[in-house]
Every structure is written in structure tokens, then in C-alpha cells.
Design a protein around this ligand. Sequence first.
Ligand code: ADP
Ligand code: ZN
Ligand code: ZN
Length: 819
Amino acid sequence: MNTTYFAEIILPLSLDGTFTYHLYEEDLQQIKVGQRVAVPFGTQKLYTGVVHSIHQNKPELYKTKAIHAFLDNEPLVTQTQIKFWEWMSNYYMCSLGDVFRNAFPSALKLESQTFVRLINAEFSAIDELNDYEFLVFEALKLRQIISVEEAALIVDEKSAIPTLKLLIDKGIICLDEKLSEKYTPKIDNYVKIHPDLKGNDQAFIAILDQLNKAPKQRETLLQLITLETQLQGKPLKVADFVKQGATNAVLKSLAEKGAVEIYQFQTSRVEGKEEETSEISQLTLKQNEALTQIKTQFVDKSTVLLHGVTSSGKTEIYLKLMEQVIAKGNKVLYLLPEISVTTQIVHRIKKHFGDKVGVYHSKFNQNERVELWQKTLNGDFDIIIGPRTALYLPFDNLGMIIVDEEHESSYKQMDVKPFFHARDMAMLLGGLMNAKVLLGSATPSAESYYNAINQKYGYVELNERFGNIKLPEIKIVDLKKAQKEKEITDDISHILRDEIVEQLKDKKQVILFQNRRGYAPIMECNTCGHTPECPNCDVSLTYHKFSNQLKCHYCGYVQAKPIRCPSCGSHELNTKGIGTEQIEHQVQAIFPEAKVRRMDVDAMRGKFAYEKLIEDFENHEIDILIGTQMITKGFDFGNVNFVGVIRADSLLNFPDFRAHEKAFQLLTQVSGRAGRRQEQGKVLIQSFQAEHQILQNVTTYSYAPTMKDILYERKEFLYPPFTRLINLRFKHKNKERLDKTAEQLVTLLKASFESRCLLGPEAPSIGRINNLYIADVMIKIRPNQSPQKVKDLIRQKIEQLHTISAFRSVRIDIDVDPV
Ligand code: ADP
Ligand code: ZN
Ligand code: ZN
């Protein structure tokens, strides 16, 4: 074989780089960059990859294999996406395959589960088949479709793929994409009067006569006639008809008698409810000024930070901007921290832009993901709304990326590689696609604010609420004093209680914020002080009263609540600390008449739990809503004038250099839920540290002074934005080996960094999760250093570390720009 062309393929592997395959002449006719291909890798495995590039550089060191099959005629991935992935893999120090795996819907990645289908069952030149081909051919005649894995059972592992390839070449079988892709379009049943009866009165009367003995069926048929007239040609779903009284059994009988026809057709999974669209509101003078400033600054800045107080109408400004971008023929990506809690915003956008809006829901299943991917590729949407992973969609012609609530830490991906930050990647993608990036927040992150005041970004402020309503009046309740004066019942001070009474009297709804879920963070034995801990992690278990269980919030471990202390046998087990569940109980006890509900991850299981709760709240079926941070994100309810914070202390005492920034943001955002429509709202924050500077600053809305202090400290102690951080997280089940490995790497790195810039190894606040011990090594990159060089150095030193086999078993996760 003497082909001279080769393709680089991206495979979903944690190995560096792309993989080379040779191309046959006929391959050259159809291959395109971004196309999906099936390729063998290793001895037996078949993978789906994406064509990265085509070239003529024959690899010297190894023998290349051929591409097994082309899975589509057209690329599913754009060249810009490939560039984006490469950039991410380099910046976040992971393999291109890691990015590919995270970016590409897994339903489109065929692996050993690839299926083949018989297309020429009449094939009769059996003599032309070798033994293996014959066996597979026979199996297919029985079954029509088999997977690569099953073929390997019929022949042998190594011969499966070549055999299938030969059969494909002979035109006897083909790769069955429809089945092998887990994607199946959603099919719905529809019903209509049987076409034979249309305009044929005689036949119709005959059927009606026949139905005289079946009054239910007769009635249903007549109802269908009425409905069809009302629908004026629009198809009627069986499910909808059933809602109006028909039953499936009756429809089935009618179909058997030839009275109706039940037929199927594919409906989109991604489409939401259809809604009437309406005009975008007129902007107020202030909002218009802000809009003009944003546009002016975009002339020479690619990123603008919109710093607008809560309820100033940032969303209204986004709507106007989107309209203008779309009018120019461009698309908009609207990023949100967590889509599930922001159905309200999705609603507001859909109201104006209708079905040109694509929503990427983090709870979407694989099929829905594929559909959205394909629709984006087709350019079916003007606006895509989604959480951080929406950045991965195959956009074309992107004109603007809006990063709403840009300070939110959920923009950082922490569970799977790449550990990327969506705000930063939005700017990168914006650069690649020539799209402007608008960051918006009432409490911008220290990093963005710093970049704005240093003119790296444009900066636009909006200081007044829509309707010129004053920002809520925020007061601190001193819990120490309340306890001393017995002005508190359990955890609800009497000031807070009285305020809630007033609100309920006025028929207002109340939001209460508590940062912890569960009933009580800690269970403690009164006799010996023992606290039940997770057997797999170094954390105490959280007591959940509703299920009467102790749960680990890190690994998911669950046990029944013990009746006696496991250590001394005492019955006196007590709880310490408070979670949302306990507050719910306390509040319900104080207000037995009120409808109290809870919003936290425990209460929000299930696909539409958020939507349901938000609807209930809007319909005033909830008087008091108790929630964790979830309630802070973009909630816009008109009937809430008062917000209470049960305990601010855990926010203030968190051991992290971002603790103060986060506490300020969170408390300001929670407060921002109050008084959004008519009158000035009120907020009460309970705390044992009433004098804390951050709390004082929250009450006076002193954002800039808070940031000044924070930035001063960051500079002093070498934290971002004055340095860039890279955290190396070591994990291993054996603590000794973990520590030795981490120390060894530090020894290797020492010469290249000043001691203030190389910290650890150190156990994080939770030193063991899921039976793996953890150690962190933190590297600070100063502005005069090249981040790329530091990364190269780290890679090189890890390689050096790995020359000693004992160190290789310790996993190292590299987190660039940790939050
Ligand atoms: P933000 O995003 O800054 O928190 P919103 O855009 O949610 O603020 O605005 C707060 C409330 O005020 C919303 O209910 C919104 O509909 C309303 N609002 C803001 N600006 C206007 C406007 N120009 N016309 C009508 N309603 C407005
Ligand atoms: Zn005990
Ligand atoms: Zn655990």
C-alpha cells in the first residue's frame, strides 16, 4: 500500500495529541475536517473520532492503520471548534481527547457498541466469502443488525473489525448509524378521522350505525369531528385527546373498525411550549444610556462589564442588545450559571424571540443534546441560552456572548476535565469568532472589576433600580445580643419573626436563606462528644430529619440515624448547627398556618422540580420559601418585599482567599430578591459577628470599598488578579505514598520558584474524599513570568517524577485558575 495522505484524528482518550491514520484514494473523496469517523485503536477497540486535519507527513515511528468508516457525509464539528478545543487543552493542561469527550455529545460517539446492518440479504455468491465473513453474514440474516461486540463473539476479537470492513466493502452490510447512535427521535402518536370517511357520507353513517351499541366509541368519534374543526388542520396528539376524555382503548377499537387512523410523526424534543411573542419593553432613560455606553465601548474593547445593581434592568438591556445583534444577522450565546434555576429568564427571552431560542438544559438527556447540536449546526437558532457547556455548541456567525451573573463560581467546571472557567472561555471563543463579550453582574468578581477599572474591559454602571425603587434596607440582627436577652426562639430571632408576621399579614411572600442543606450539619454525643463521621471521607455526616438518615455530602454515603452513640452507647445524641431542613421545621412551628417550602438540592430532585416550585411560588402557593444559594440566582418575584438570612457566619468564616468576596456577593444577591416591583424592600441578616466589616459593607452597598480592601489583600498575599494560580491536586488511597509523591514533585519544582510562590503539599480542609487522601501543591505565577513556560515546566517535572514507577500510581489533577 502506498498512500501518501494521512489524517489526524481526535479520539476521546486521555492521551496527548491526535492520532494518525492513512487514507485510501477513495477516502480522499469524502474526508472533511470535522467529520466523524470510526477508527480502530489498540488491538481491538473501535472508537469514534473527529477528523482534525489532513496531511502528507508519513509517521516514521509506527505503522498507521486505515479509517474504518466515515460516519457522516458532512462535518459535525466546525474548524473553529477544533481550534477552541486545542486551545482549551493547552491552557487547562489536559489532553485534546479530554476536551473532546466533554464537548461532544456522547450519543454521537460510537464505540464497541457500533452496529452494522444487513443491506444485501439476497447476496448469493457465497463462495466469495471467507469463513468469518460467512458466519457474520449468516448471523445477520437472522438478526438484521448486530454490534461490533457481538461480531467479536461470533468470529474472534481481532477479526471482527476486518471482517465487518470486508463485508462493508462488498456492499453486503453497512454501519447502522441510526441504531448505533443512541439518538432516537421522539415519535408521538396522532389521531385523525380515517381518510376513507372524509367526504364519504354513506360510509360515515354506516360506521355511526355500527357504533350504536358502543356509545363510548360513538361519542369519542363525534368529539373528534368537533375537535378537528376547531384545530383547523393542526394535528391532534393522542395524548392531548386523552386529556380531553378519550381513552386509548376506545381509540384502538375505533382504529380497528376503520373509523379513525392513528399515525406517528416525529416531534422535536427540544422545543418548549409555544408562546405568544411580544415586544421588548422600552428602556428607561438610564437603561438607554447604559446601552449606548456598552455599544460605544464595544467599538474598541472586545469585553464590557455591565455593573448594574440588582433589578436595575440588566436583563432588559440584554434583550435589546440581542435584538440588535440578530438584526445584523448574527447569533447570540447567553450564558447563565445554572439553567435549571433560571427558567424565569428563559421564559422572558422566549417571550420575545419565540422558537428562534434554543435552550441547552443541564438536565437534558443525550437525545436532546444531539438534537440541539444539530439544530445549532443548521443555524436554526438566533439565541442559545445555556450553562457553561453551551460554549461547546457548533456555532456559526456568533456576534455576541452574554455572561450573566459573571461572578458565579458555578461557571467553573470542577467535576470533569477540562476544569475550565466559562467566563474566560467565553472571551476566548469571542476572540476566535469575532464576537463581543458582555459580562453582567450586580456584584462583579474581583478579577473582572480589576480588569474593568484598569481599562482592559469596558465598564458601564447602572446604579438605580427600575422604577427608581430604592435598594432594600438591610439590617443586621446581632445573635449574641438576641441570645443574651432571650429574644430568640431556636434560630429565629424575635425581630425576624415579627417581620415575617407583618409580611404575611400584608399577603406578601417571604424568602429565607440558609447556606446549608440538611437538618443539622453535625450530630454529637452529649456524653462522650463523639461525632459520627463518613467512613470514606474526613467529614462529619449531616443529619437529614425527613429521611432520618446521616448523609455524607461529598461521597453520597448514607446510614440510618443511630439510636445510641456508636462510641459509648449513650442515648443522648444531639444535633449541632442548622440546615435548611431544620429551619423549615422551626418556621413551620412558628407559623403553622403558612405554606412553607424548601428549595435545595435535596428538595429539587427530578427534572421539572425547579419549574414546578417557581410556578408554585409565582401562583402564591408558597408563603415562605427557605433555600440555599439556589434562591439567589436571578430570581425575580414581584410579591417579595422581605428577605431574611438565618445565619451569615459560615459564609464569613470560610477558609479561602475568596471567602470575603463570595460572602459579599451572596448576601448582596440574596438581599436583591426583595422589593423588586413597587416599594423598597427590607432585609434582615442574622449573625454572631454583627460588627464584621463585610456585613457592614453589605448594609451600605459599599461594593467599591469592599473591592478596594479585597484587592489590597490579594496584592499583598499574591493572589489573583495579581498572580495566576495552578493547583496540583494529588490523590491516592495510601497517605504515605501520596505525601512522598507530592513532596518529590515540590523538590523538583523548587529551583524554579520563589518560596512564596510554591506552597504545599498541604491537605485541603477535607483531606480525604471517597477513601482517597488528598494533597494540594499551589503554584503562583507572577506577572513577569510566562504562564506557558510555567506550564511546560510543570509538565516536564511531572514526566520526570513519573520515571520512578512508585510515583506513577498517584493521580495528579492539574487545576489551572482554581476557584
Ligand atoms: P436585573 O437583571 O438587573 O436584576 P431585571 O431586568 O430583572 O433586572 O429587571 C427587574 C424587573 O424590572 C423585571 O421584572 C423587569 O421586567 C422590570 N423592568 C426593568 N426594566 C424595565 C423596563 N424598561 N420596562 C419595563 N419593565 C422593566
Ligand atoms: Zn458517646
Ligand atoms: Zn463521604
